[in-house]
Design a protein. Structure first.
Length: 192
């Protein structure tokens, strides 16, 4: 199984990154091939609204560090998106990547029953780490992006959330969350 992991935190050892690391190391132990990209280390721009991906190309027209990432997502079986919750949403690094996935949609996606250029059946693990300890806060984040990834043909989407974590590494004390990362990896990658 091929896995692409995108880290949206600007912090190298941020909590969302540590959860993703646990998921990916478990998956690798089960034989998965993992490629990880730290979005904050890449040089790229957000979607330019040029519509070239709907008129002249079947991919994003921009050529930057995200080109390789988008190609890797096209070829992967499982995508891991890990982000802290910043200002009521995913980080700006993750949001810029998500905007560029607009290129995955076919030109007539609004009326076409097959909306995506991606092969159907991919899996998604969405990881969020938030400082706010209230489990009822920010529940709209996953719902919003799950809607789009299902339109892209992702058939199995999972959410892993950590609550009340702020300082780097603090999530390691959240045994329930770290165990969920391992369990989810075994569920999604164990049947290889």
């Amino acid at each position: 199984m091929k896995i692409v992991c995108l880290l949206g935190s600007p912090r190298r050892k941020g909590n969302s990154s540590m959860i993703a690391e646990r998921f990916c190391s478990t998956a690798q132990g089960l034989g998965a091939e993992v490629r990880t990209f730290a979005l904050n280390d890449l040089s790229f721009r957000g979607c330019q609204g040029c519509m070239t991906c709907k008129t002249r190309l079947d991919r994003c027209a921009l050529e930057d560090d995200l080109t390789e990432v988008l190609d890797a997502v096209r070829a992967t079986d499982l995508l891991v998106l890990a982000s802290p919750v910043y200002y009521w949403d995913v980080s700006s690094q993750m949001k810029a990547f998500l905007d560029r996935t607009y290129s995955f949609l076919v030109p007539d996606f609004i009326v076409n029953p097959r909306k995506s250029r991606l092969e159907p059946g991919k899996k998604l693990v969405f990881i969020l780490a938030q400082n706010n300890p209230d489990r009822n806060s920010f529940t709209d984040i996953f719902k919003k992006f799950d809607y789009f990834f299902r339109a892209y043909g992702f058939s199995d989407t999972r959410l892993i959330r950590a609550f009340g974590v702020a300082a780097p590494g603090e999530v390691e004390r959240c045994e329930e969350v770290m165990e969920l990362a391992e369990t989810t990896a075994r569920e999604l990658c164990g049947g290889q």
